[in-house]
Design a protein around this ligand. Sequence first.
Ligand SMILES: [Zn+2]
Ligand SMILES: [Zn+2]
Length: 347
Amino acid sequence: MGELRKDYFTERLVIVSAERSKRISELKEEEQPLKSECPFCPGNERLTPPADLVLVEREGTLLKLTDSEFEVHPNWSVRVFPQAASSVSLNPPSTYSDSPLYSEPAYGYHYIVVATPNHEESFSKMSVDQWMNVLATTQDKMRWLYSQKRVSYVAVFVNNGRDAGASIPHPHLQLLTLPRLPPLVEEEATAVQKSMYELGICPMCSVVGAELGGPRQILATDSFVSFSPWAPTHAFEFWIFPKRHQTSFLKVAQKEIRDLALMLRSTLGGLSRALNEPAFSMVFHTSPEKKTTKQLHWHIEVYPQLTRWSGLEKGAGVYINQIPPEQAAEVLGMNARKELASLIGIS
Ligand SMILES: [Zn+2]
Ligand SMILES: [Zn+2]
C-alpha cells in the first residue's frame, strides 16, 4: 500500500510504500530462498496466491486454466498470480495533494509471470517454444490489465540475478500497473509525437533505419532488430525494436511472436555466452492503450548489471560507459549469431 509522489521540480516519481516499510536494519538484502522453499517452483504453489492464469499442455494443446482456493493446477508451463506484497494496491490510502508536494494513491495491480517450471533454467537457455509461451501469456495478462479501471500503463520488466535486484532466482517477469504514464515512457512518447507532428515521421523508425546493418547492429531477424544504442547508460546495453512501425507489444501477432522469441533467446543467450551470465534488467517500453495521443514505437531495453552507478550517474544523470557500443555490438553480435545458428540448426 503506498502513495505515488512526484518530485518538487521534475517529473520523477517515487512510490512511498508504508506496508513494505522496514526497519533500517532490514534494508539490507534478503536471503534468497533455497530451491526447496522457492515459491515459484512446482509443488510450492500454495506459497503464492491462487493463479489467475496457468498455461498447461495437454495432448499437444495449450490450455489456459485458473486456480481456485481449492484447486491448484499441476504440470504447468507458465504461471501468473498476484504479487502478495506490492507497493501498489487496489485499496491505497487516499492521499491526494498538489505540487510541490504532489501525491496520488498508488493504485494498481502487480502480477508475477513465472516463466518456466524449471528453477535452474535461465532466460538465456530457455527453449524458443517456452519463450513463445511466456510472451503470449504476458500479452494475455497485459490485455486484461488494460481493461481494468485506473490502469494508465502496464510496466513489464524482468530483474534477473541478484545484482539486478532479483530476490528470487527462479526466472520470472513482473507486470505492475500505474495510474499515470511513467516519466521515461512519457518523454519518449512526447518526442515521437513532436516529430510526427512537425516532420510527419516516427523518429524511432528513423533510428531503426539508421541502425539496421550499421556498426551497432547485433542481430536482425525477419521482423525485429537488436542493436547497442548510440548512448547506452550501461555497458553492453541493447535494445530490440520491431523493424516496422508498431505501437504496442499487444500488436505483435502470433507469427511474429516466434520471431521475437528467437530474437530474445539469441541476444540474451549471446550476452550470457559473452560475459558469463551477468545479471540484467529488461524493460518493455510500449504505448499506453487508453491515451491514443501518447504513442511510441514499442521496444525492449536490456541493461546488463556489470558495474555500480556512482554519484555522477545517480546525482547528475550523466553516465560513464567504458565499453563503446560499437565494440559491445561486435562482441554481442558474434555470440548472438552463434546462439541463433544453434537454435535454427545451421552451423
Ligand atoms: Zn524455483
Ligand atoms: Zn516507428
